[in-house]
Design a protein around this ligand. Structure first.
Ligand SMILES: C[S@@+](CC[C@H](N)C(=O)[O-])C[C@H]1O[C@@H](n2cnc3c(N)ncnc32)[C@H](O)[C@@H]1O
Length: 190
């Protein structure tokens, strides 16, 4: 049967916690797979904010949404996820159910446009402030591209430093896969 994949496990953790009608964030829209996934969970009464710094990514996400027609309200933001707090309405601060990060580069586009440690850590701090109690941040990390290992190290240091009374942090990774497999860090706000 095999273990659940990295992305599959992130989706499972999210699906177990996010309720219809809630607000969720895709911090790295890319091809829009996670945006659509979140939109389907929050449903007609819910809202999804999706961020990317590349117009092509938001175009791909918009095309996927147009094809799949989820009921949720989805707002696409062409800006860094480090600025997510400014893009989300004040009344939603402290009420966001989930924030998903899928780091690295957009497949099929310029591999030099990647998520970076400083802005990623800023965005993770912002995500934690936006979360409701019981809400979750998932981060899929890649170490195979230039700068990926440094970013993953920074995210691991960030997660290890979270106060245990306020957050639970989980690491999910395959121990014997070759060629820099992705892995997952998930953080739940208590
Ligand atoms: C691995 S892809 C995301 C894949 C996506 N979750 C999906 O379902 O297809 C990473 C994305 O992060 C975006 N990105 C890079 N830096 C960013 C930043 N500072 N803020 C938001 N997105 C960023 C890239 O443009 C790229 O589209």
């Amino acid at each position: 049967m095999g273990f659940v994949s990295i992305l599959g496990f992130a989706h499972r953790l999210i699906a177990e916690r996010v309720q219809p009608g809630e607000t969720a964030i895709d911090a790295t829209a890319g091809n829009g797979v996670d945006t659509l996934f979140l939109a389907r969970i929050v449903g007609a009464a819910g809202e999804v904010h999706a961020f990317d710094i590349q117009p092509q990514a938001l175009e791909r996400t918009a095309a996927r949404l147009a094809r799949e027609q989820p009921d949720a309200k989805v707002r696409l933001h062409l800006r860094s996820h480090a600025e997510m707090a400014a893009a989300v309405a004040d009344e939603q601060h402290g009420r966001v159910a989930a924030v998903m990060f899928n780091l690295g580069y957009l497949p099929g586009e310029d591999h030099a446009i990647v998520t970076r440690p400083n802005t990623t850590v800023q965005a993770l701090d912002a995500a934690c402030r936006l979360l409701r109690a019981g809400g979750i941040v998932t981060i899929v990390l890649y170490t195979g591209h230039p700068g990926g290992q440094e970013e993953a190290d920074a995210v691991e240091r960030w997660a290890e430093a979270l106060p245990q009374r306020e957050y639970q942090a989980l690491l999910y990774r395959f121990a014997n896969q070759r060629n820099h497999p992705p892995y997952l860090i998930a953080v739940e706000k208590r």
